[in-house]
Design a protein around this ligand. Sequence first.
Ligand SMILES: Nc1nc2c(c(=O)[nH]1)N[C@H]1C(S)=C(S)[C@@H](COP(=O)(O)O)O[C@H]1N2
Ligand SMILES: [Mo]
Length: 525
Amino acid sequence: MTVLENLWFRRLLAGLSGLLAGYAALAVAELVAAAAVRPEAGPVTAVGGAAIDRTPAPVKDWAIRTFGESDKLVLQLGIVAVLAALAVVLGLVALRHRRVGAAGVLLFGVVGAVAATSRPDSDSFTDGVPSLAGALAGAALLRWLTGLLIAPARAAASASGEGWDRRGFLIAASAAAVASTGAGVVGRTLGASRARDATSSRAAVVLPRPDSLAAPVPKGAQLRVAGVSRFVTPNKDFYRVDTALVVPTVDATRWRLRIHGRGVRRPLTLTFQDLLDRELVERDITLACVSNEVGGPYVGNARWIGVRLADLLAEAGVKPPSKGGPADQLVARSVDGMTLGTPVEDVMDGRDALLAVGMNGEPLPFDHGFPVRMVVPGLYGYVSACKWIEDIELTTFDAYDPYWVKRTWAREAPIKTQSRIDTPKPFARPAAGIVMVAGVAWAQHRGIDVVEVRVDDAPWERADLATEGTIDTWRQWSFPWKATPGSHTLTVRATDRTGQTQTEKRTRTIPDGASGWHSVVVTVD
Ligand SMILES: Nc1nc2c(c(=O)[nH]1)N[C@H]1C(S)=C(S)[C@@H](COP(=O)(O)O)O[C@H]1N2
Ligand SMILES: [Mo]
C-alpha cells in the first residue's frame, strides 16, 4: 500500500469507527432505557418526540400532508440518517483529534438527555440517563478504535510499513459491532416483553353488552355506489393522527384514571374494570381531525362503546359553568404526556361524550388509544379525543393551555360543516352518460340537511341524501350526473341543520379547521 492509499484507507476506517461509535451509543442507550428507565427515554424516541414538540404547526401540517401517516417513520429515518452522517464526521475528526471526536459524541449524549427530560411525559431527570450512558460508551469506543488507527505500530504492522495495527483494529471493530448488536437485541426484547403484557391484557378484555345499544345502522345509510366511503369505517382503515413515535402499549390491568381539579368535590380514581362495571352506552360517532384538508382523509366513523363522561363528572361533584361550576376546561392527559382541553359545558350538555373502551365491536386498538380514550361528538380530535388517557383535570381556559393550543391552534374547535366527493376520483376518465357522483358530508352534533353539487358553472343542484345515522355521524349523498364529453369540475357543498351552508372561502387548517368547497376535475370520454 502506498502512503496515500494507506491514508485514505485509514480515513475510511475512521469514518467506520464513527459509525460504530454511534451505533454502540444508540444500542447501549436503548438497552439502558428498556432495562432501567423506560423505553420512551431512548434517544431516538426522545429526540424525535422533542423535535415534534418544537416543530412549528405549519411545518407539522405540511409533514402530515406530504408523508401522511408515515410522517413519523420519515422523521425517525431522518434522525438516524443525520446521526449516521455526523458519526462519520466525528470519526474523521477523531483521527486527528481523538479528544475532540469523543467530546463530540458526548455532546450528542447531552442533547439526547436534554430532549428526553424535556418531553411532556417526562417527570424525572433519570430520563436523561440512557442518552448519557450511550454517549459514554460511544465516546470510549471511538477513542479506542481511532487509537488503534494511529497507535505506534506493533512489530508485525511496522514490518509491513503501515504504521498501525490493521488486524487489531479489525478485531476490535468487529467485537464492538457484535457487542452493540447484542445490547440492542436485549433492549428490544425487554421492550417487547412489556408490550406483551399490554397485548395479553387487551386479549383478555371481554366487553360487556352495553346497557344502551346504538340503533342498528339504517339500511339506507350505506349507498350502493362503488367508491363511496363505508358508513362504518373498519378499524384497520381508520385514520390515525397523533404525536406518538412509539404507540403506547398500556397494560389495562395496571391502568388507572384520575379525575380531579377545580370544583371536583369527590376526586375519583378508576380502574379499567371499574369502567366496564359501570353503565355502558354504544354510539355511532364520526371523528374528524382539524388537520384534515378540504377533501382530505382524516375523518372516520365508528361504533363506540363507553361510559358517559358526564355521569362520571356528576358523580365527582362537577358542575358545568352554566350551573355555576368553577371549571370551564377539562384537560385530558395521556400516558405519553399529550394534553387536550375540552369545554366542560360541551361534555355535560347532554351529548354522548364518552370515555370509550370499545371501537367497532372490539377493545380499542392500540393505535386508537387502548385501553381508554375520549370521544366527544362535534369537536375536532385535538380538543376532545384523548387516546391512552390517564388523567382528567378540571381547570379553566385562562389557567392552562394544552399541547396544541400552546402551538397556536384554537382553544375551542367545533367541527366545521364539510363535504367530500369520494367518487369519481380526481382526474378520473368516466364514460359519457350517467355517472354517479357520491361522497360524505358531516356536521357532527348538528346534522346534515342538504348537499348540493355543481357541475362547472351551472347552478347548484340538490344531491340525494342517504338516510341519516344520527346527528353525530357523517351522511352519504349521491348525484346522478349526465356527463358529457370533455373536462368538468364537480364541486360539493353541504348545509347543516342550523341552516348554515359551507362557506366557499378556503382557509388553512390552522387555527381551527379548513373551510371551503371540495372540487374534483374529471375528463369524460
Ligand atoms: N394521546 C393522544 N391523543 C390524541 C392525539 C395525540 O396526539 N395523542 N391526537 C388527537 C388528534 S389530533 C386526533 S384527530 C385524534 C385522532 O384519533 P385516531 O388516531 O384514533 O383517529 O386523536 C386525538 N387524541
Ligand atoms: Mo387531529
